[in-house]
Structures are given as C-alpha cells and as structure tokens.
Design a binder for this molecule. Structure first.
Ligand SMILES: [Zn+2]
Length: 287
C-alpha cells in the first residue's frame, strides 16, 4: 500500500495545470480541485497540451489528485434536465479525470426532495435510492475506458439528502455492484449526520458500523474538516481543524486509527490564515 498523503482542495483558476502548482506551493502531498465551474455550465475542452502539463507537474511533484463534481448534481431529481445533466457531468468528469491521470472523482448524490411530500422530511424513500442507482449505472453505460474511479461522498444529511448514512451508502454500492465505485468520508458531514468521531472510543464504534455495513475496502479518501455545528446538526459548515465540534482530540484519534492509515486526507477548510496550520496539524500528528 502507498504511504499516506495529506493535502487539500486547491483552485484551478486560470488553467487546470495551475492546480498542482498551487498544491505544491502550499506544501500538499495530494490535492483535489474542480475541473469546471462548480456552479454549473459546460466544461471547457481539455487540450492535449493542458493534460500533458497537468500530468508532468503531478509526476514531478509526486502528487495523487481528485476531482470534485459540481454542486448541482442530483441523481434523485425528477427534473430530467438535472437528472440527465448529473449523469453526463459525472461521466464527463471521469473522462476528463482519465485524460489528466486523476485517481478519483468525488461526487455527492443529491436530494430525494422530489420523492417526498413534505420538503422538510428527512426520509429517503426507496424510489429515490433506486433512481440514484439507475443514474449511477447509466454513467458507465458508454464504454470510455475510464481509469479514474468514482467515490460517493457521505453527506451532512440536511433534509432528504441522499447518502448521509452508512446504510444508504451501502444500498447504493450494493445496487451498483461495481469494482470502481467506492466511498469518500467527510469528517464534518459524518458528525453532522450523527456519527460521533470526537473521541477514540466514539470513532471506533462509528468505524465498527462502517466496517460491518460498507467494508473498509471501500474507504478510499477522507475529507478532513472540523464542524462549526454540533453532533447530528445536519448542517454542512466546515471549520478549521481543532476549532470546531470535532476538536483536536477527534482528529488525533482519527490520525491514529488503523482504518485510516492507508487512505489519503484532503482538507476542505477555508483558504485563510488558518489553512497552513490545518495542514501542519495533520502532518505533525500522523502516525
Ligand atoms: Zn467533503
């Protein structure tokens, strides 16, 4: 197994090959980026020259990289434009990732709000999960020789959002039954969804459930974010490491836990005066 890498989400503004450059400047060992505007619109074609420069820099700096999908993705939408747009966008990102030599595309799944009567309901009906499974299968129906794999990210669980529980993620993985689809955990989203990771004991209990329902072989990446809100808040508000409800104790426990020794970490905290400290904390405290 590769050694663990610790990195962060960086901007690719001004050209995709700026992403590895930005990550290098911040002292990262891996990085995540948006390959297109996260707010929507089409993706600019990646030229061979751009791809070569991105790959050269990634190789020179010994980086592994990940693409995050745009915000509007919703595999349970009953709006055809959004539903098919989601399938196309994730397929495009996997194709673009393959061209760039990116390891994983990380996607969230969307919301079951079109499947429930009360928009405030937190219930995710089977019809929404089934639709999401069909949509995710659809991504792979055109044979694109993809080398970039797909990760489904756990969500914070606001409203009827999909994928906020290990049960839902397990249902999606089982429904898909693909060897190239796995899971990305996000520490802020886990806490928001009610998974306690604030102490060694709580983390082990949470990971026991993860191992039995999903299986540790499906854990491929972790987004490292503290949470501005408390356990079970269902709010997705990232905080700097140690400055939120997870706290330094929670992150120390995670850095030491055997389940996390062979996965890479990506910070998604705000790029302000504290981000260098976030990176340093993780690097200083890894086993
Ligand atoms: Zn995340």
């Amino acid at each position: 197994m590769d050694t663990q890498r610790i990195g962060l989400h960086v901007s690719a503004a001004g050209g995709l090959a700026n992403a590895p450059e930005n990550a290098k400047a911040m002292g990262a060992e891996c990085f995540q980026f948006f390959s297109r505007s996260p707010r929507g619109g089409g993706a600019a074609v990646i030229t061979d020259e751009q791809a070569d420069l991105f790959k050269k820099r990634s190789k020179d700096y010994d980086f592994e990289s990940y693409i995050n999908t745009p915000y509007y993705i919703n595999f349970a939408s009953k709006n055809n434009k959004i539903y098919h747009g989601s399938i196309n966008a994730v397929r495009e990102e996997l194709t673009r990732g393959t061209k760039l030599g990116v390891k994983y595309v990380v996607t969230h799944l969307g919301s079951a709000k079109d499947h429930v009567e009360n928009v405030k309901s937190s219930e995710v009906p089977a019809s929404a999960l089934n639709q999401a499974i069909e949509g995710l299968k659809n991504i792979f129906e055109t044979d694109e020789n993809l080398t970039t794999e797909l990760l489904l990210e756990i969500s914070a669980g606001a409203g009827a959002v999909l994928g906020d529980s290990f049960d839902e993620l397990a249902t999606l993985l089982e429904g898909l039954a693909r060897p190239d689809v796995h899971v990305c955990l996000d520490t802020c989203h886990m806490l928001a969804s009610g998974y306690d990771i604030r102490t060694e004991e709580a983390l082990e209990k949470t990971m026991q459930e993860f191992r039995s329902k999903i299986g540790i072989e499906h854990l491929k990446l972790v987004h490292m974010n503290d949470s501005k809100k408390e356990l079970g808040s269902h709010r997705d508000l990232h905080e700097h490491i140690g400055m939120g409800a997870i706290g330094e104790t929670g992150f120390m426990a995670l850095l030491k836990h055997p389940d996390f020794q062979h996965v890479n970490f990506i910070l998604e905290t705000k790029h302000d005066e504290y981000i260098a400290k976030d990176l340093k904390f993780l690097r200083d405290n890894r086993v």
